[in-house]
Each structure stands twice: as C-alpha cells, then as structure tokens.
Unconditional design. Structure first.
Length: 452
C-alpha cells in the first residue's frame, strides 16, 4: 500500500482515529442492545417482545391499507439509511480512497474475495440442499462496526496500514453482500417498479446538476426510489445503495475559484474593518459573509457531508434498533441443538474458520504472486489477526439471515450461529492481536533538526 503524500498523512490519521473511536462506542452500544434482546427473548416477557416484533403498523386511505410489522419497518425502511451510508463509503473509496487504483485496491479486494468465497463454500459443504442451502450468503459478511470496535481497543498500538486494510476489506465485503442480496435473494423482479426507481434516480441526478439545494426535494425523490425498489421485488434496502451511487463525492466547486473568491471576500472584509457591530449596519459585509458561507458549503463534497451527517444516526439509532428487533432468539434448550444443526454449524465454521483461512490465504497468494503488496508496517501475524476479526458477521449476517430462509427454525439456528461465531471471532482476533501488536506506540514520530 502506497505511503500517503506529504500533507495528508496527519489528516488521514485524524480521520481514522475519529472513525475508529466512534465505531468503538457504537459497538459497545450494539453489544448492550443485543444482550438486552436476548435476555427479553428468553425471559417471562418474551411473549410481549415477540408480539411487539410482529405488530402491524401502517396507514389507510379509503378501502386501501398499507401496513408492515415493526420488524419489517426497521429492516425495509430504516435499514435503507444504513445501506445508503454503506453506499457512500463504497463510492468514496472507489473514487478517491483505498479502492481508487488497482495498486491500492489489490490487497483488500483479493482478501475480501477470499473472505467471502471460502466461508460460503464451507457453509455449502454442511448444507448442500434444501431450504438450508439458501443460507450460504450468511457467513460471507463482516460487521465493520464490531471489527473496528475490537481493533480500537488496542489504540495507538495498531499500525495505520492495518486499520486501512481492515476498513477497506470490510467495505469490499459490504459491496459483495449488497450484490448477493440484489442478485441471489430477490425472488421475482417487477420491471415497472424498477422503472419507477430508475426515473426517480434520474430526477436526483438532474436536481443535483441543477444545483437544487433544498434537502426536502432529495428526501422526496429518495422515497420515490425506495417505493419503486420495494414494488420491484428487489429488497428495499438496495434503494439506499442506488441513491448513494448518484450522490457526488467530489466538490461541486472549482478549488481555484474557491480560493480566489474567498481571498477576494476576506480582503474586502479586512478593508471594511469588520467588527461585530459593523455587521448590523453594513449590507456589503453581510453579503460577503453570505458568499463565503455559500462557497464553503459548495466546496464541501456532498457525499462526505451526508456520510458524516447520517453516521451518528445509523450508529446510535438504526443499528441498535435493528439489533434489538432481530437478535432476539429463544435459546433455552435450543442452543446446543442449533449449533450442532448443519445450519448453525455451517455459519460458525464459515465465519470463524472460513474468514481466517480465506482472508489470510488469498492475501498471501496475491503478495507471493506479485499481484499486490503487503500493507506497509503490517506483519503476517497481524493480517491473520485482522482476518479473525473479519469473522464478526453480526449486522450483515443477521440481515441476510432474514432473507435466506422460509423455515423460521432455520432463521433462529442461523442467528445462534451468528452470535456464537461473532463472539468467538472477536475473542480470538483480540487474543492474536494482543500478542502480535507492538507494545509501544507505532505512530510515526517527527524528528526536529537541531538548531544551527
């Protein structure tokens, strides 16, 4: 992986530090909510929990009604926002990040392919036929929030290259999960509904090029995309990814023009002797400040701005709600049976062993064949530790689980497998990294030349 150019290294460290720190807090919240769901599902209040889960909520006009269960509203609407943020992350990395060039993308892409293919094959080996066979997509996923949350525990001991490797791997993994959901877990496509979604997507592109700035317009158009995708038979969350793909991730303002205009307005304000009182009387000064505010807003990449805006809502509201209404499974008397069943066994072996083997082996092969370079400052044992953390499937695995099976018992067996596998992967990955990460701070130091 290439070294960041001068002037970018420190800022990149800051972005990753903030991102990983937020993931750590979000992971702790997600874990707490998951435990709460499991406790409720196995307590005397379980009937209330499962009853509320399937309560229908909707609206009616005339004789027509539209209603979904609480669980479906969360999975089919709120999770659209989660997939929207995932889509923004994918597009940002493809356009200007770690996946923007073949050289940068080689290691995480190859690692992610191995981390998806091997777990899917191992699951299929345990479940070659029947309703259970449809769950092959469950162990393919990596939960970026939990994986980076565990990595954040080690703080500044973690090389930046390892953080970038695991982040990029998880993003490619997310892209793979999105494609699997769209292609393999769509029962039947209604082309008129898909045409409606495409029309609303085109309207978003047109509105953006016309510099329409009001967010209500984009929210309304995005809801149109969601309704079209929902009607098409493709899972509704794909609407989030589609909308993200048409959001610009580069600035809409020319950098040279931005600098010229800001320098001009700032020089005028200095000449006009700007004070807190002068703004009350001088319209020219107010207009200059409005111009600065407008060009600063236009200079900020829309995709990045939306990602930062929605990330806290996704991390602290949507994902905890998803976990609370999807992680609850009655395990009393069924835990061992669920784990020993081919579905549970396939999920556990796929996530725990398959991720370790697939990520590590494919990365090693790519480097040995000269197709990629090992991340700078990262050892093979550290890559193995990251591969172990990739076995934390949780969010994406739970989501695919809801789509894969017709038999509710298989859904619960897979949930048990996901929960157990994620705990094992997190614990083992943490143990490996604790042993193999350097004890001291690995961040680069700046040497100051002696005074002459």
């Amino acid at each position: 992986m290439s070294t960041p150019p001068p002037g970018r290294h420190d800022s990149s460290l800051g972005v990753f530090a903030r991102f990983v720190h937020s993931q750590a807090f979000g992971s702790a919240l997600l874990l707490a909510v998951t435990i709460a769901a499991l406790v409720l599902a196995n307590s005397r209040w379980s009937d209330i929990y499962f009853g509320y889960l399937h309560t229908k909520v909707g609206f009616a006009w005339g004789s027509a009604t539209f209603a979904l269960s609480v669980q479906h509203w969360i999975n089919d609407l709120l999770m659209v926002v989660f997939f929207f943020v995932v889509g923004l992350e994918i597009k940002r990395e493809l356009v200007a990040g770690q996946l923007s060039t073949v050289r940068r993308a080689a290691v995480p892409v190859v690692a992610a392919i191995g981390g998806m293919a091997v777990p899917a094959l191992l699951y299929a080996w345990f479940n070659p036929a029947g309703d259970a066979a449809a769950g092959w997509g469950i162990p393919m996923a990596t939960d970026i929030a939990f994986a980076l949350g565990v990595l954040a525990v080690f703080g500044r001991r973690v090389p930046v290259g390892l953080k970038v490797f695991l982040t990029a791997l998880a993003i490619v993994d997310d892209l793979g999960a999105v494609l699997v959901i769209a292609i393999f877990y769509t029962q039947q496509i209604s082309w008129p509904g898909l045409a409606v979604a495409v029309a609303f997507l085109a309207a978003i592109v047109f509105a953006n090029r016309a510099r329409v700035g009001h967010p209500v317009v984009y929210v309304a158009l995005a809801l149109g995309v969601w309704a079209g995708v929902l009607a098409s038979g493709v899972h509704a969350t794909i609407a989030g990814v589609l909308v993200a793909m048409v959001v610009p991730v580069r600035s809409r303002f020319n950098p040279r023009e931005f600098l010229d205009l800001t320098e001009d307005r700032l020089s005028r304000l200095r000449a006009a002797r700007l004070t807190s009182d002068s703004l009350l009387e001088d319209r020219f000064q107010l207009d200059a400040i409005s111009d600065l505010r407008r060009v600063a807003s236009d200079m900020r990449p829309p995709g990045l701005a939306l990602e930062e805006t929605f990330h806290p809502f996704v991390a602290y509201v949507i994902l905890p709600l998803f976990a609370f209404f999807n992680a609850g499974v009655a395990v009393t008397g069924n835990l061992v049976d669920g784990l020993l069943h081919p579905v549970g066994l396939g999920v556990v072996v796929g996530l725990v062993a398959g991720k370790q083997l697939g990520v590590t082996l494919f990365t090693w092969l790519a480097v040995k064949l000269g197709r990629a370079e090992r991340p700078e400052g990262v050892t093979w044992s550290q890559i193995y530790g990251a591969a172990c953390l990739a076995g934390i499937g949780f969010t994406m695995s739970m989501f695919v689980d809801q789509l894969a099976f017709r038999d509710p018992e298989n859904v619960d067996r897979a949930k048990i497998g996901i929960l157990v596998a994620s705990v094992v992967a997190a614990a083992w990955g943490g143990i490996v990294l604790a042993a193999r990460l350097p004890r001291q701070n690995v961040q680069p130091t700046v040497t100051v030349p002696p005074k002459s």
